[in-house]
Design a protein around this ligand. Structure first.
Ligand code: UDP
Ligand code: MG
Length: 323
């Protein structure tokens, strides 16, 4: 164990500004409630703050709900993306437009209790650059989701370049330094939970209880989560590519041995009965292995293809800045 060096506490000449970044996709019913919850906690605390709403191409009246909040509270920024870009990019857009000395990322659906924010601020004042929320319970998720989540993080911890804490989500505070680091990474295929860890810096955890979703339904179904996991794995480890090489090597060695055996047998004993079943089995097996390995290569190749285009991460219809 390396010695633990206590972080230097921050001294602020002026009251620090806190930005609350909230990505929202079809959350019309939650926007107002989220704002008042945040407002209640932070005003009670005397903490100056701004809210940065990101409308991620919602099909309902989420944008109107955001504008309603902004009409009453000018310390609100609205980033209106030109279409649905997904939560990872929506969060990035929010971070791009946040001006605070620290930023808290929070879900719109009230699953992340704003009451945890003061504890995060405290961690930040102690000198930590990243203070992430740790879920005390995952009962809001089903059994299958909990199991697969566990498997996924286990795999990344073992083979990836980041050790992502299993019970951490996107609910977290980032210091200005950490935000600048995160928004400096402009790759399209981004797995933010990995990015937050990858940038490094002194990190602390605070516990919170996940609330059930306030309104609407989670937009992360099984298929989306599967793709999300693929993103996490391909962004943070080359293990599947390496594994393909070894699987290929092992299978090829067995094939050569088996081939040599067949040739020797034919030369010594002749070939009285053609081995059709063996032949079919071997051909199918080798074909299967090749297709799997090609698929793995394809996953990485596709991502290289997307990144080489160097497109901007998102477009906005409009950004209504906080005053
Ligand atoms: N979200 C988003 N873009 C999307 C999907 C989700 O900005 O394409 C937002 C959503 O509005 C919410 C947060 O991301 O604020 C978490 O989404 P959700 O509650 O659906 O996911 P879960 O809580 O099930 O992980
Ligand atoms: Mg949710």
């Amino acid at each position: 164990m390396s010695p633990v060096i206590p972080p230097t506490p921050r001294a602020h000449a002026r009251p620090a500004l806190l930005s609350i970044v909230c990505p929202a996709f079809n959350e019309e019913a939650s926007i107002a409630a989220l704002f008042s919850a945040v407002h209640r906690v932070l005003s009670g605390n005397g903490q100056p703050f701004e809210v940065v709403f990101v409308n991620d191409g919602s099909g309902d009246s989420t944008l109107a709900a955001m504008r309603e909040v902004r009409a009453r509270h000018p310390n609100t920024t609205i980033v209106d993306l030109s279409r649905n870009f997904g939560k990872e990019i929506a969060m990035t857009a929010g971070l791009d437009h946040a001006r605070g000395d620290a930023v808290v990322i929070i879900d719109a659906d009230l699953q992340h209790p704003p009451e945890t924010i003061p504890a995060m601020l405290e961690g930040w004042r102690e000198g930590h650059e990243v203070v992430y929320g740790r879920r005390r319970n995952r009962s809001a998720d089903g059994w299958l989701r909990r199991r697969t989540t566990r498997l996924f993080y286990g795999f990344l911890r073992r083979f990836g370049d980041v050790a992502i804490p299993e019970d951490a989500g996107d609910f977290r505070l980032l210091s200005r330094k950490a935000v600048d680091a995160v928004i400096a990474l402009r790759e399209h295929h981004r797995f933010m939970k990995g990015v937050f860890v990858w940038v490094g810096f002194s990190t602390k955890a605070v516990w919170f209880d996940v609330a059930p979703r306030a309104e609407g339904a989670s937009s992360f179904n099984f298929w989306r989560l599967w793709n999300f996991s693929l993103e996490g794995i391909t962004s943070h480890t080359l293990a599947p590519l390496k594994a393909s090489t070894y699987v290929g090597l092992v299978v090829a060695s067995f094939s050569f041995l088996y081939g040599a055996y067949i040739i020797a047998k034919t030369m010594l004993l002749g070939d009285p009965v053609p081995g059709f079943p063996t032949l079919v089995t071997v051909v199918l097996f080798l074909g299967g292995v090749q297709l799997i390995v090609l698929g793995v290569i394809g996953e990485y190749l596709g991502r290289i293809f997307v990144e080489t285009k160097q497109r901007p991460l998102y477009f906005t219809n409009e950004v209504e800045k906080a005053e």
